[in-house]
Design a protein around this ligand. Structure first.
Ligand code: NAD
Length: 486
């Protein structure tokens, strides 16, 4: 097996990174570029139970020394890592763009810099943390936050670099060691992160990457009793499996899962802005967990809104994600394209109206046309299931109450988008819409200190800010009897 793959001039290791060393596996899996499926980017080490054992051993052995450092000492490593991410942002963007087809420009300008920010923010948050101290019932009390142990972090294939740094940073800042298992459909940028961790001088075993299938190496990792935290982002079926492993070992587990978010537009809204944002839900071919995939518009403005929506959607350009003009990237994998097309076929059979799109863009490519469906009713599969592709539904309502009821009518609750010109309605509907995050008249604006997570089948627990630091810590209350010591 080669030491380095060359991805458009960027050298990426196809091996695991365990205990500060590159480790290979006897078997491999392929990673191909969604922009051209004939382009085999390389064969990646396919970890197994033994690989998982090696990684958990390395993380367990590295834990006491890493946990014993002060937050400030850990922060120095993390800031060095953030500097390296910033220095290498172009390389990371190229590798990730080739691997999962996310637009190179948005990776370079937005998502990779966010990765660096994740490390900076958590480094600083941990340093700024102050212990709660108080006197009560004749005792001095103090809440102490202790590192928990090795943390397993399992990430999905969409936005892999940003999403993994979002989870790795709080674990490291809290004093835990980490084993990252990226998704098998986009493994490359995690390997680059390992290179930068190495260059930043982190002690061996503090951060490890294992590559491979979820049901093989991933499964072995989450079942290892030495693991003290599991942080997962992905689909509901996988969360159920991992949740059982977490329950077996009584290990805290967070799950950031799928969504079926609304884009709820009221007649008092800026219709043009709302229609533009709705057409923008096709960006990244809808492979975004927070995608406002259910457009729900007040009847009185539905016609005008739809006209503008089509005008904006017509401007989308499907193509190579390295090209600055492209707005809709290829989808991740042929299997995923077939899955998305299956939803469209079943919608046709169900009698839902396919208003636009509904076809592959080119038979030999992984693009699906931006698709809009008017469902027969609210029970249609396309309204109730996460499609995770460029397929949006369009529904209308008469009253605010009806609009909110439609918005809240799925098993998910990750986020919501509301468009209204009224401040009162913004507050009222913003509170009423079920979701871990609700944006009014905007979308995807993120404050990294805010909690993030889902309600219902969209997830368990909250990440972001001090919520993630707390998840990665064991809390202790220390009580000392007053006047009993000198
Ligand atoms: P997935 O559940 O198939 O896979 C996610 C990860 O879990 C992969 O790394 C996979 O290898 C691993 N895995 C699979 N089986 C496992 C097992 N038995 N044990 C341990 N690990 C296992 O999800 P996906 O298709 O990669 O990602 C898409 C999903 O992720 C969508 O539902 C999307 O909405 C969701 N997502 C949610 C957020 C969020 O923040 N809420 C963000 C991005 C994606």
């Amino acid at each position: 097996m080669t030491d380095r793959l060359m991805i458009e001039g960027v050298a990426v290791s196809p091996h695991h990174y365990i205990g500060g060393k590159r480790v290979s596996s006897p078997t491999t899996f392929e990673t191909r570029s969604p922009m051209n499926w004939d382009n085999l980017l390389g064969n990646i080490a396919r970890g197994d139970g033994q690989t998982a054992d090696l990684a958990v051993t390395a993380a367990t052995e590295a834990f006491p020394a890493w946990a014993a450092l002060t937050s400030k000492e850990r922060a120095a490593y993390m800031h060095r890592l953030a500097d390296l991410i910033e220095e290498n942002k172009e390389k990371i963007a190229i590798a990730e763009c080739m691997d999962m087809a996310m637009l190179q420009e948005s990776l370079e300008l937005r998502l990779v810099p966010r990765g660096a920010l994740n490390f900076r923010n958590y480094a600083d948050l941990a340093v700024e943390h102050e212990e709660r101290v108080w006197d009560s019932k004749g005792t001095h009390n103090r809440v102490i936050r202790m590192p928990a142990g090795p943390a397993v972090i399992i990430t999905p294939w969409n936005a892999p670099f940003m999403l993994s740094t979002w989870k790795v940073a709080p674990a490291l800042a809290a004093g835990n060691t980490v084993i990252l298992k990226p998704a098998e459909w986009s493994p490359l940028s995690a390997s680059l992160l390992a290179d930068m961790v190495d260059q930043a001088g982190f002690p061996p075993g503090v951060f490890n990457v294992v590559q491979g299938m979820g049901y093989e190496v991933g499964n072995a990792l989450v079942n290892d009793p030495r693991v003290k935290r599991i942080s997962f982002t992905g689909s509901v079926p996988t969360a159920r499996i991992i949740g059982k492993a977490a329950a077996e070992n009584v290990v805290p587990f967070t799950a950031e899962l799928g969504g079926k978010s609304c884009l709820l537009v009221f007649e008092d809204a800026d219709i043009d802005a709302a229609a533009k944002k709705a057409a923008g839900q096709y960006d990244d071919s809808g492979q975004v967990c927070m995608c406002g995939s259910r457009i729900i518009v007040q009847e009185s403005i539905a016609e005008e809104f739809e006209k503008k929506f089509h005008e904006y959607t017509d401007k989308h350009i499907m193509g190579d994600s390295k090209n600055g003009d492209t707005t809709m990237s290829a989808m991740i994998h042929p299997t995923h394209v077939e899955r998305v097309m299956g939803f469209i076929e079943r919608a046709r059979e169900n009698g839902d109206e396919i208003v636009r799109g509904g076809k592959k863009y080119k038979e030999d490519g992984l693009w699906v046309e931006p698709t809009l469906i008017k469902p027969k009713n609210n029970d249609s599969e396309v309204v109730q299931s996460e499609i995770f592709g460029p397929v949006l539904t369009f529904q209308t309502f008469k009253t605010e109450e009806e609009g909110v009821a439609l918005a809240n009518s799925t098993v998910f609750g990750l986020s919501g988008i509301v468009y209204t010109g009224s401040r009162d309605r913004a507050e009222r509907v913003g509170r009423a819409v079920r979701g871990g995050t609700v944006w009014v008249n905007t979308f995807l604006v993120r404050d990294l200190t805010a909690p993030f997570g889902g309600i219902g089948l969209s997830g368990l627990g909250r990440e972001g800010g001090h919520y993630a630091l707390e998840f990665h810590s064991d809390l202790k209350t220390l009580q000392i009897l007053e006047d009993s010591t000198s």
